[in-house]
Design a protein around this ligand. Structure first.
Ligand code: C2E
Ligand code: CA
Ligand code: CA
Ligand code: CA
Length: 280
């Protein structure tokens, strides 16, 4: 793929080539990175908005601290890890590290806090999925109700009976189950109707600048109301503006996760933040 000088496509070819190169380098570095613990847990706080703004927990989000390439965001390597068949290893690593942290945090006498981790499609389809997560939860003696598993909307379209059985088994083991990226797919209302989840995470897309904010707000409030009647908690993700917080509060949304409160931070900083808030 070589661009001729003056050929406008040359530029793109070079960009594509660099990207392919970068990606194949990353792929070849995955095993080492897992061995050397280069994947770090960042946590983005989840803030309950109905009473005073209180941090009720956080979502664990991976960052790759690559010794030569610097910090790489998940969008750049998760698809590669999926293709390379390594995503399950990463998810389990993130989950176990989160449990380890939570164990120590609770052992120090701190009040309960909720930690959510992401589960990839391949991960949730594995035969040993529920047993593995249950065993790690027991190993670190995490009480019921504190660990939340986030599943993305797009992966569930095919088989809701299977998904509901999974949620039931996970609930029995004390896990909270949430539907991530809700509203980003096509058949969201069918999902809401059919899936017996505990938490709905309203996709970041809802809170991007919209050409018609009043129409958008009608849709969002009605989703929140439907969820409430179905006994499903709602979390709004990707909220950046105070006015949106005010609207969501009046619409009855339970929790907000977004830059308006905080970006994801290293888990140690998250811990510091919890301790400071607690002592306030
Ligand atoms: P997600 O699960 O939907 O996570 C939310 C993403 O939105 C995070 O991006 C978060 O930093 C970002 N975000 C939160 N609030 C705001 C906001 O107010 N404005 C903007 N612009 N962005 C906001 P991040 O950390 O880059 O993660 C991207 C995706 O990578 C995640 O999307 C998730 O699908 C995936 N991911 C992250 N960690 C893991 C993991 O351990 N396992 C798996 N399987 N996927 C992961
Ligand atoms: Ca998520
Ligand atoms: Ca999401
Ligand atoms: Ca997403």
């Amino acid at each position: 793929v070589k661009g001729l000088p003056g050929n406008p496509f040359g530029f793109y070819n070079k960009e594509i080539r660099n990207r392919v190169l970068f990606e194949s380098e990353l792929e070849s570095e995955i095993d080492r990175a897992l061995r050397n613990q280069e994947f770090k847990i960042f946590v983005q706080p989840k803030v309950s908005i109905q009473k005073e703004n209180r941090i009720v927990g956080g979502e664990a989000l991976v960052r790759w601290e690559n010794p030569r390439k610097g910090t790489i965001p998940p969008g750049q390597f998760i698809p590669i890890m999926e293709r390379a068949g390594k995503i399950v290893l990463l998810d389990r690593y993130m989950f176990e590290k989160s449990c380890q942290w939570l164990h120590n945090y609770l052992a120090a006498g701190r009040p309960p806090v909720n930690i959510a981790v992401n589960v990839s499609k391949i991960g949730m389809l594995r035969e040993d999925f529920v047993d593995f997560y249950g065993e790690i939860k027991n190993k670190y003696e995490i009480p019921d109700g504190l660990l939340e598993l986030e599943f993305t909307e797009t992966v569930l379209l095919n088989d809701d009976a299977m998904f509901n059985r999974l949620v039931k088994r996970l609930n029995e083991k004390g896990f909270v189950c949430s539907l991530d990226d809700f509203g980003s797919g096509y058949s969201s209302l069918n999902l809401l109707k059919n899936l017996k989840i505990d938490v709905l995470k309203l996709d970041i897309m809802f809170f991007r600048k919209s050409s018609d904010i009043s129409r958008e707000r009608i849709v969002i409030s009605n989703i929140i109301n439907m969820a409430k009647e179905l006994k499903i908690k709602t979390i709004a993700e990707g909220v950046e503006y105070v006015e949106t917080v005010e609207f969501l509060k009046s619409a009855g949304c339970d929790v907000i996760q977004g830059y308006v409160f905080s970006k994801a931070m290293p888990i140690k900083e998250f811990e510091q933040m919890l301790i400071e808030k607690e002592d306030e």
